[in-house]
Write a protein that binds this ligand. Structure first.
Ligand SMILES: *Cc1c(COP(=O)(O)O)cnc(C)c1O
Ligand SMILES: [Zn+2]
Length: 445
């Protein structure tokens, strides 16, 4: 498939172009971010119907590398890469399920949740990391000297980087803000033998360090300012549309911190639109934690200005980011997709997650932010109850057991834990247990 072409291009429209296997993250002329530009004219040589048929035929196969939800769309992701050098654990292809009971609580009967966290390391970060590590592996295999891959992280990026690097046998370095990530997130890169550096700063501080460290071109930067990750993450849009037999949802709600993922979501829909696979675009809602809400504040001003904020501690730790790298891409996407930004307080995000859990989910706090945004926008009648709406669940709740335990023990700050459910400690006495069960049945009526 060497015939298809993709290159890095400056998002500000400079004429600069670089090959995907060059170690470059920003435009050399203006310093802006890059994006992967595909030659759409070449891709248009196949009709929309042919693309759909091809993607459908690869779904669920074990054939290398198409069993991956990302690499089943290889021609749209990194067309030129040698398949032998792809680093994949067959990520993607996650379930999209109908949240019937949860939706019914708000009068919605067409609410869906895309479980991006049902993945190798438990978050959507796997989708981008398979692409980035594959390109690095391809460079190494073709003789380029790269000593390690490195990232700053709020927990999930480092877990994904460490796992994919370990799978490929490439050393990895992760910079984490001390005491700001969950136990599971800390132990994941440790287990995968990354060099784990815990810094007494926040995410933005870690980001500054990793940018310095990767000025050495033999240490490859794996943060989402590296647009290769966006190419993997954009396949969620394609996958969701495919799961609806190539129908477009009306609304997609996604939580955002560094804003790479919402940019990717938009990029996926735009590419399908440009290649004729879909004929309209959904509305995109970006949900932020109130404690780290710079894009929400910008939205209130019609995106006419953007000012970074000093992010406060939030339960939604993976989006505790005040100075998002991909803000310009995200604003462009939101403008193009009739976008809305909503925010959620600690109380709102924790109770939304707990309420969803009562209907069978196990929502991570970031998914809680998205669910809370949904509830608020439906109650304000900004969103209609009848539209086909998808909430993007970004991580597996099991990575955030401290959040869950804290909720049910009632120890979370600023949260009135309305749906806390405590274990009932009792002696093994059948009669007393029966009494308690009667009481519990009545309480749950
Ligand atoms: C990274 C992450 C996000 C935010 O994605 P951005 O691209 O930084 O906006 C949301 N939820 C979880 C669980 C994450 O790991
Ligand atoms: Zn430029």
């Amino acid at each position: 498939m060497r015939e298809y072409q993709a290159v890095f291009r400056c998002i500000a429209g400079c004429d600069e172009e670089y090959p995907l296997d060059e170690v470059v993250y920003q435009c050399k002329r203006c310093g802006n971010l890059l994006e992967v530009h595909h030659d759409l004219n070449l891709l248009k040589q196949q009709s929309a119907r042919e693309w759909k048929r091809l993607f459908d035929s690869r779904t669920g196969t074990t054939e290398w590398p198409y069993g991956s939800g990302i690499w089943s769309k290889k021609e749209w992701v990194v067309p030129g890469i040698d398949s032998e050098n792809i680093v994949s654990m067959f990520e993607g292809n996650t379930n999209l399920f109908r949240a019937k009971r949860f939706g019914a609580m708000f009068g919605m009967d067409n609410l869906w949740v895309k479980m991006c966290g049902n993945s190798h390391t438990g978050s959507f970060k796997d989708l981008g990391m398979t692409v980035l590590v594959s390109v690095v592996n391809d460079m190494i295999k073709r003789g380029k000297r790269i000593q390690a891959v490195a990232c700053a992280s709020t927990g999930d990026t480092s877990a994904a980087l460490a796992a994919y690097a370990a799978y490929a046998g490439i050393p990895s370095i992760v910079f984490l803000p001390a005491n700001k990530i969950s136990t599971a997130q800390l132990v994941q890169p440790m287990a995968n033998n990354a060099i784990v550096i815990s810094l007494d700063t926040d995410f933005d501080g870690c980001m500054r360090i990793v940018k310095e460290i990767t000025k050495d071109n033999t240490i490859y930067l794996a943060n989402s300012m590296n647009s290769l990750r966006i190419e993997g993450q954009k396949t969620i849009s394609i996958e969701m549309v495919q799961q609806f037999d190539w129908e477009v949802p009306d609304v997609v709600i996604i939580p955002g911190g560094n804003l790479g993922n919402v940019s990717a979501l938009g990029a996926g829909f735009t590419m399908m639109y440009d290649l004729g696979l879909i004929n309209r675009k959904p509305r995109i809602v970006l949900a932020q934690a109130q404690k780290a809400n710079p894009l929400y504040l910008s939205f209130l001003k019609g995106f006419t200005e953007f000012t970074p904020v000093n992010p406060q501690k939030t339960l939604a730790s993976a989006i505790q980011i005040g100075d998002p790298v991909s803000v310009q891409k995200a604003i462009a996407i939101l403008k193009e997709f009739d976008g809305i930004v909503e925010q959620a307080s600690e109380d709102e995000l924790a109770n939304a997650a707990a309420l969803a859990d009562r209907t069978g989910m196990f929502a991570c706090p970031h998914t809680g932010v998205a669910l809370a945004a949904l509830i608020k926008l439906v109650e304000k009648q900004v969103l209609s109850k009848n539209e086909r709406t998808i909430v993007i669940s970004t991580a597996h709740g099991l990575k955030f057991s401290e959040f869950k335990v804290g909720y049910h023990e009632g120890t979370l700050k600023e949260v009135d834990c309305k749906y806390a459910n405590r274990p009932i400690a009792m002696p093994p006495d059948v009669n007393r247990i029966k009494e308690v069960l009667e009481r519990e049945f009545r309480a749950r009526d």
